[in-house]
Write a protein that binds this ligand. Structure first.
Ligand SMILES: [Zn+2]
Length: 490
């Protein structure tokens, strides 16, 4: 068939195959991304061949047009994700971070879920369960084809479609920060969105949210009773969804804090900077100040702020200094939360006030749910209090803390697999390393400055400070990468 006689749907299918082929020629994908793209390429070619057969074998105009329409609709649903996936290459993504995210998610959900990182040119973060999205779209289409088209074509004339895709989530992140593992700790929030869906938190809360919103709009919003029924239903649905979205965001924040502790709060604060004190809720996110308060409460719940007495004696100076740094994260806690200016009309303002109230009522329970999604959260925190001082000391000497040696055994933490007999050697987990690195950062890099010829009191030049921060991030990344290797993730 010449290209001039292609239907728009066929043109789209072929453009998508070309996009995947071009990306495979020039890009270096993570194994799960490459496998996913290969599978989708086969799928798209299969649909292209199907359309060709439909064209000459089916005389029923309506059936033929609906087959073309269904395939076009499917491709429209998934094309953006597949195109985005084509951009996610190991030349421009932090490989260690991708492997770390995958490892943490796999150990919590006991699944072999792949994580594809895709860079964006602007400051933005994005989560999509691309495996499920594509499975659902292609699954619907396969059922449509089996029910309506297969019999018309004859069984032997059509081979089975390729297998549906494996599990893969896509996380979009800011390209400019791709090499900074400390800043990119923010990506654990995006993992939280996946765990929120996986744990069926929406299903747990949504029915009651809708019941409560309905009752309160009816009783408390002026003029609500006089609205047409369709308008009422729409308002209830919209604001129930807004409350649920806020709960999802809060869950993801708390989950990230439970996994990697204060470094998540620091990186979230780095990103929000001047907006961090804002008390305004948007349609998609709770107020930044409230998010900080909830993150702080989570740090307290887990023991990041006040370690148990047993940890204090050997490391008392470190404990006091670390707690001082963490306390900088405490958010403002106003009694009145403000509203996004987009809701600046009496009806929406009244509805939004109730929505905020319904969200606040549920936030303590969401904090519990999100923490429970990380069963070893307290162990992670304890390890920081136990090994943190030794790691800080190691980093301050410019040594990558993949393995640290202590003068005595540290309770509850397994010795390094490679430790010689009678040696106390540990492989600290990534959570411990990133927080130790951040501790140095918060402490003004006092000791580490000496490596660049300064004294702890001297100011470094701008150039030297940049070098210190870069090295700190690089050493952290190396330690995380070694830890993954030791734990069988390559
Ligand atoms: Zn989010």
């Amino acid at each position: 068939m010449s290209s001039s006689s292609l239907t728009p749907t066929q043109t789209l299918l072929r453009a998508l195959v070309k996009r995947i082929d071009d990306s495979k020629m020039s890009a270096n994908h993570l194994p799960e991304t490459a496998e996913f793209l290969d599978g989708r390429r086969q799928h798209v070619i299969w649909y292209d061949e199907l359309l060709h057969r439909v064209d000459y074998a089916i005389n029923d105009d309506i059936l033929r047009i609906s087959a073309v329409g269904e395939i076009g609709r499917l491709i429209a649903q998934v094309i953006d994700y597949i195109k985005a996936l084509c951009e996610g290459t190991t030349d421009c993504i932090p490989f260690t971070l991708a492997a770390w995210l995958k490892y943490e998610l796999g150990s919590l959900t006991h699944s072999a879920l792949g994580v594809a990182l895709v860079p964006f040119p602007n400051l933005n973060y994005f989560y999509q369960d691309i495996g499920k999205t594509v499975q659902s779209a292609f699954g619907d289409l396969d059922r449509f084809i089996n029910g309506n088209i297969r019999t018309q074509l004859g069984q032997n004339d059509l081979v089975d479609p390729p297998a549906l895709p494996s599990d893969l989530i896509l996380i979009g992140f800011q390209y400019a920060m791709s090499n900074d593992i400390l800043f990119n700790s923010i990506l654990f929030h995006e993992l939280g969105h996946h765990v929120y869906i996986d744990s069926k938190i929406r299903e747990k809360y949504m029915p009651q949210i809708t019941i409560d919103i309905t009752a309160r709009f009816t009783a408390q919003v002026p003029d609500f009773a006089t609205l047409p029924p369709i308008h009422k239903t729409q308002l209830i649905r919209d604001f129930s969804n807004v409350v649920e979205r806020w709960l999802n965001e809060l869950f993801s924040d708390v989950f990230a804090v439970a996994i990697i502790g204060p470094q998540f709060c620091f990186s979230a604060h780095d990103m929000a900077f001047q907006k961090a004190r804002s008390t305004a809720f948007s349609l998609t996110h709770p107020a930044p100040a409230l998010r900080q308060v909830e993150q702080w409460k989570t740090l307290e719940d887990i023991g990041w702020v006040n370690p148990p007495e047993a940890f204090i004696a050997p490391n008392s100076t470190f404990r006091v200094e670390a707690s001082t740094h963490f306390s900088q994260l405490r958010g403002t806690s106003p009694t009145v939360w403000s509203l996004d200016p987009r809701w600046n009309n009496p009806l929406h303002t009244a509805c939004a006030s109730i929505a905020i109230d319904e969200f606040l009522r549920r936030s303590p329970q969401i904090r519990v749910d999100a923490q429970n999604a990380v069963p070893d959260r307290v162990d992670r925190c304890k390890e920081f209090w136990r090994l943190g001082p030794a790691i800080v000391n190691t980093l301050n000497q410019g040594i990558v803390p993949s393995t640290i040696v202590t003068s005595g055994v540290v309770d509850d933490i397994p010795l390094s697999r490679l430790a010689p007999p009678n040696c106390f050697q540990y492989n600290p987990r990534p959570t411990t390393v990133v927080n130790s690195a951040r501790y140095i950062y918060q402490d003004g890099c006092k000791e580490i400055k000496k490596l660049w010829g300064g004294s702890s009191a001297n100011q470094l030049t701008r150039d030297q400070i940049t070098k210190v921060h870069l090295r700190l991030s690089e050493w952290t990344q190396k330690a995380v990468s070694d830890w993954l290797l030791i734990n069988g993730v390559s």
